[in-house]
Design a protein around this ligand. Structure first.
Ligand SMILES: N[C@@H](CCC(=O)N[C@@H](CS)C(=O)NCC(=O)O)C(=O)O
Length: 211
C-alpha cells in the first residue's frame, strides 16, 4: 500500500494520475496547503522540503520507502510497475528528457507566472512579463514536439503525466493571452483533449476530494 501526501495542485495531480494509470492501491493523506499543513513536524518528517507531493511505499524495496519530488516519484512508480517508461533506447532517454524538461521548465515557469500574477503582494511587471513569456515559449516547444508524435516523447508516458496538469491549469489564461495565435499551438490543444479523456486522468484529477 502507498500513502500519497498531496493537495489539489498540478504537482499533486501528477502522482494521483500515475497511481490511477498503473493501478497500484493507495491511500490519500491530504496536506492542506491553505492551512500550511506542509510546515507541520509530521509532514516535515516525510518531506524535509515541506512541499507536496510525497509518498510512503509500505511495500517498498524491502523496507518502507519515503520519497519526495514528483519527477523522482513518477520514475520510481514507472520502474516499480514497468509502465509508462520505455525500457529500450532511444525512447527511454527521450522520455526522461521530456520529464526533466517538465521538472526544470514547465512547472517552475508556469508556477512563477501564477505566483507573480495572483499571489505577489505587489505587481512587478518585469517578473510577470518574464515568466509569462517564458511559459508561452515553453508551450510552443511542446507544440513542436507534438507535431511529430501523439504524445510528448512518442507513446503516452510519465513525461505526459508530468506535463499535463500544469498545461491544463494554465490553458484558459494562456488562450486568452494568445488570442488568435492559439491556432499556432493546435497540437497542444489536441494533446490536452486526448489526455483529459483518459479515465485514470479523470480520477487522478479529482484527488484529493476537498469538501
Ligand atoms: N519540485 C517539486 C515542487 C513541489 C511543489 O512546489 N509543490 C507545491 C504545490 S504544487 C507546494 O507544496 N507548495 C507549498 C509551499 O511551497 O509551501 C516537485 O515537483 O515535487
Amino acid at each position: 500500500m502507498i500513502d500519497l501526501y498531496t493537495w489539489a495542485t498540478p504537482n499533486g495531480y501528477k502522482i494521483s494520475i500515475m497511481l490511477e494509470e498503473v493501478g497500484l492501491p493507495y491511500g490519500v493523506k491530504p496536506v492542506n496547503l491553505e492551512g500550511q499543513e506542509q510546515l507541520t513536524p509530521e509532514f516535515t518528517a516525510v518531506n524535509p522540503n515541506q512541499k507536496i507531493p510525497a509518498i510512503v511505499d509500505h511495500d517498498g524495496l524491502g523496507a518502507p520507502l519515503t520519497l519526495f519530488e514528483s519527477g523522482a516519484i513518477l520514475f520510481y512508480l514507472a520502474e516499480k510497475t514497468g509502465r509508462l517508461l520505455p525500457t529500450t533506447e532511444p525512447a527511454r532517454s527521450r522520455t526522461m528528457q521530456w520529464l526533466m524538461f517538465q521538472m526544470g521548465n514547465v512547472g517552475p515557469m508556469i508556477g512563477q507566472a501564477g505566483h507573480f500574477i495572483n499571489d505577489a503582494p505587489e505587481k512587478i511587471d518585469y517578473a510577470i512579463t518574464r515568466y509569462v513569456d517564458e511559459s508561452l515559449r515553453i508551450v510552443r516547444v511542446l507544440n513542436t514536439a507534438l507535431a511529430d508524435s501523439e504524445y510528448v516523447a512518442g507513446d503516452y508516458s510519465i513525461a505526459d503525466v508530468a506535463s499535463y496538469p500544469w498545461i491544463h491549469a494554465a490553458w484558459e489564461p494562456f488562450k486568452a493571452m494568445m488570442g488568435e495565435k492559439v491556432a499556432e499551438v493546435a497540437n497542444v490543444q489536441r494533446w490536452l483533449d486526448a489526455i483529459a479523456a483518459r479515465p485514470a486522468v479523470v480520477k487522478g484529477m479529482a484527488v484529493p476530494k476537498i469538501d
